[in-house]
Design a protein around this ligand. Structure first.
Ligand code: C2E
Ligand code: SIN
Ligand code: SIN
Ligand code: FE
Ligand code: FE
Length: 759
């Protein structure tokens, strides 16, 4: 989508630009500030989809610009923007042929993208309604012929829009204008023009300048040999000024135009077919065809790799040899959808030859023209890892918000029972368990007593009272270790206070010690009415929650100041951040391990550069989350195997800003913002997003930049292979003072032991 935006206020222009980029990232926007600039731009660029103009311009107004656009006959929509209170002028603009208007008032930027899209669509539809005229440029010197032709065509072929040029110099100039093919569909040229060699002109146009517009020659009677020469030079057709030739003319022009069109289309088709074959052959995605019975008809090399079969074997297979038929007969659905709509897309569950199951994302389309029986072309790529990573990220985010909610309830209430109730609510829902209780230790008497519970049918459990060391919970507290019982019915020794939970039907059990400042202060017990088979992440989260409960209880019991409690609490989040960053690495397969490596190296650097222990905590979190902003970058860009286009770079460069927006609202991560926000700033001021220079860039980010680039370059990336260590060291040395802080580079080289040839 190509838009010319005429706006003299740079602030308004900037705001609109952002709104558009956000919702229509593929938009190409030219901004000019005055009427004159707009007119000049429209001279150079004739394929704008839309002109968006302010009504009031410093040197003119939007309505005149609208009139100008219409006079030039440009195929673009026009939308005018009026100030508040100027709606009447805007309505007048509509009457003069504007496609829509917007009023600069609160929130108008929100409706801007959709308004523009609609205006473009409406305008295109309108253009289609006025059946395509045939635009003919007619080079002719004889006034009588011009007059006759004009009148004849106006009467019998009004769809022809004739533009006449009648002096030889002007004819030459028009025909050799590089844009003649954009402005006219066909050229009609008289042979006998005074002082002009028409055949030379045709030769220049077609053979020398390779202009892509058909030329029809008009010759006098008896000059057929000239016509033949013209055809040899590439003219599309000729017509002889016999009596009645004007009646032939419209059909002849139309035919010449359609023939030229056909030739162009066929050339384009040949070009795209060979490009398509190439793409299929080298694609990383599976591309194959099959018939409506699912027999595979053709398959590209990637198919073999993705399925784990030989190409020859695949050609003997049917689709349902490898599609996994899960509940609801997916295979029939797949075929059904394509039969019904001619295309379909979604997920396929695929069984590899090795027995492994994969998830594919696919698109297909039905082809019926030009083939004996309908065939389906299917394209698919393997998104198994991506899906798993996404699920993991979603889970981690949910867990982080759970921790925050618990935190908020602790901060908001000094009443330990309220806090524990909220806590248990999160424990049962997030861990997916039926019931949980908290027992608290009364230190003086060394007994554990019920403090809060959730999910029990009866109230017996509230009576629970144990000696330290007695039963499971007593053992958990005394030995300060986790106890897990997969099946209570066969547990040895049995639950001694079983009578309290007799009618509950519990099967699995977990007991976790609550430890604060090295002391056991209670036990968290989990009960489930069927068998629990947790994964390591679940256990980690259980421990994190227990740690958090311990801190909450401790701070409530000892009435310590809330500030410190919150500080300690922050440590409980760190496990979650780490999981989060691992999941992010997973999304971009090739950076696996990158985050942990750069975090370690950054901390070593920080230590050497004298950053305090306390600041190192923030530094660590910042490094773990440095590329969290890449969550906002689509896969098609992040995983693109080649260099990025300008537009893709624009999106990629937003990742630090995106990280900033994500992290800023989380109070305890705010001090860790320096790295995610500024890690792409450069010492010489040419970085992004802020273009900070030298020591204006926070030290943490200056350190991290070196480490990140180091690790990026020694690793394979989707867009290039790894460099050798030697090359990387050379690069880093060379970038000291340009990309990097020279001091940081010095420390880095010392730390990584590359002293051999450092200056
Ligand atoms: P990344 O892959 O983690 O790279 C981090 C930084 O390391 C880059 O920041 C750049 O300063 C440095 N770096 C990485 N590879 C090269 C390289 O081949 N040559 C040089 N001279 N420096 C390199 P930068 O350039 O701001 O890029 C930010 C992110 O944008 C990259 O993170 C990557 O995700 C993406 N990206 C950059 N170039 C491309 C590309 O050509 N294709 C694709 N698909 N993504 C790219
Ligand atoms: C935190 O995540 O730091 C606690 C809640 C908040 O302050 O946003
Ligand atoms: C940080 O807070 O990210 C580290 C402190 C520093 O910039 O020195
Ligand atoms: Fe980055
Ligand atoms: Fe990185």
């Amino acid at each position: 989508m190509k838009i010319l935006y005429v706006e003299d206020d740079p602030k308004d222009a900037d705001l609109a630009l952002r709104a558009l980029k956000k919702y229509l990232p593929e938009v190409a926007l030219d901004v000019v500030g005055t009427y004159q600039e707009a007119v000049a731009r429209l001279e150079q660029v004739t394929d704008y989809d839309l002109v968006l103009t302010d009504l009031k311009l410093p040197d003119g107004d939007g309505i005149s610009l609208l009139a100008h656009v219409r006079e030039l006959d440009l195929p673009c929509a026009v939308v005018v923007v009026s100030g508040k209170g100027d709606e009447e002028t805007a309505v007048a603009a509509l009457k003069s042929g504007a496609d829509d208007y917007l009023v600069k008032q609160k929130d108008y930027l929100k409706t801007l993208p959709i308004t523009l899209e609609n205006a473009i669509q409406r305008h295109r539809a309108e253009l289609d309604l006025h059946a395509h005229p045939l635009r003919v440029l007619y080079g002719e010197h004889h006034a009588a012929d011009i007059d006759l032709t004009r009148r004849h065509l106006a009467q019998y072929a009004p769809f022809i829009r004739l533009k006449v040029v009648n002096t030889p110099p002007e004819i030459t100039q028009r025909l050799l204008d590089t844009k003649v093919g954009e402005k006219y569909d066909i050229i009609l040229l008289d042979y006998s023009l005074p002082g002009l060699n028409t055949l030379d002109l045709i030769k220049e146009m077609i053979q020398v300048r390779r202009m892509d517009v058909p030329v029809v020659l008009v010759t006098g009677q008896g000059s057929e040999d000239v016509a033949v020469q013209a055809i040899k030079l590439g003219a599309a057709d000729y017509v002889v000024k016999n009596p009645g030739y004007l009646f032939q003319l419209p059909g002849l022009l139309e035919n010449a135009f359609h023939r030229a069109q056909l030739v162009r289309e066929q050339a384009a088709l040949r070009e795209s077919e060979s490009r398509f074959r190439d793409l299929v052959e080298h694609s990383k995605d599976l591309i194959c065809t099959h018939d409506l019975d699912g027999n595979i008809l053709s398959a590209n090399p990637a198919s073999a790799r993705m399925l784990g079969y030989d190409l020859a074997d695949i050609l003997k297979m049917k689709l349902n040899d490898f599609l996994v038929l899960e509940a609801g007969n997916k295979y029939a659905d797949y075929i059904g959808a394509i039969k019904k709509d001619g295309k379909s897309e979604g997920l396929l569950f695929v069984q590899m030859r090795t027995g492994e199951r994969r998830i594919w994302e696919y698109q297909n389309s039905l082809r019926t023209e030009g083939v004996a029986a309908p065939i389906v072309r299917i394209m698919a790529n393997d998104i198994t890892e991506r899906k798993q990573a996404e699920e993991k990220i979603a889970l981690q985010i949910q867990r982080l918000s759970t921790l925050r909610a618990i935190d908020a309830s602790i901060a908001g209430s000094f009443d330990i029972r309220v806090t524990l109730d909220v806590f248990l609510q999160h424990v049962t829902s997030q861990l997916g368990v039926d019931a949980a209780i908290i027992l608290l230790l009364k230190p003086g008497v060394r007994t554990l007593a019920y403090a809060a519970g959730r999910g029990f049918r009866g109230s017996g459990i509230t009576q629970l009272h144990l000696q330290l060391g007695e039963d499971y919970a007593g053992t958990v507290a005394l030995e300060r270790r986790l106890i897990s019982i997969p099946d209570l019915a066969v547990a040895e020794p049995p639950f001694s206070k079983a009578s309290l939970t007799a009618n509950e039907g519990f099967v699995s059990y977990y007991g976790v010690p609550l430890i604060a400042k090295g002391q056991a202060i209670g036990v968290l017990e989990i009960f489930h009415r069927s068998r629990l088979e947790p994964d390591p992440d679940w256990l980690d989260f259980l421990n994190t929650l227990a740690g958090q409960a311990a801190i909450a209880i401790d701070s409530a019991q000892s009435f310590e100041n809330l500030q410190r409690a919150n500080l300690n609490l922050a440590f409980a989040y760190d496990a979650t951040i780490e999981g989060w960053s691992k999941a992010l690495d997973l999304r971009d397969k090739e950076t696996e391990g990158h985050t942990l490596r750069v975090t370690q190296l950054t901390l070593q650097m920080a230590h050497l550069m004298g950053i305090s222990e306390e600041d190192q905590i923030h530094l660590r979190r910042g490094a773990l989350l440095h590329d969290i902003g890449k969550m906002g970058v689509p896969d098609s860009i992040l995983l693109k195997p080649g260099p990025l286009t300008d537009e893709e770079w624009t999106i990629m460069r937003q990742h630090p800003q995106y990280a900033h927006d994500l992290i800023l609202p989380i109070a305890y991560l705010r001090p860790a913002l320096d790295i995610p926000w500024y890690h792409h700033e450069r010492w010489d001021g040419t970085g992004y997003p802020s273009g900070l220079k030298g020591e204006n860039i926070p030290l943490a980010a200056r350190i991290f930049a070196v480490v990140d680039v180091w690790d990026a370059l020694i690793s394979d990336r989707p867009y290039r292979k790894a460099w050798s260590e030697k090359e990387v060291f050379e690069y880093i040395r060379q970038q000291a003072g340009l990309h990097f802080d020279p001091n940081v580079v010095k420390t880095f080289l010392k730390l990584t032991g590359d002293n051999n040839n450092s200056a």
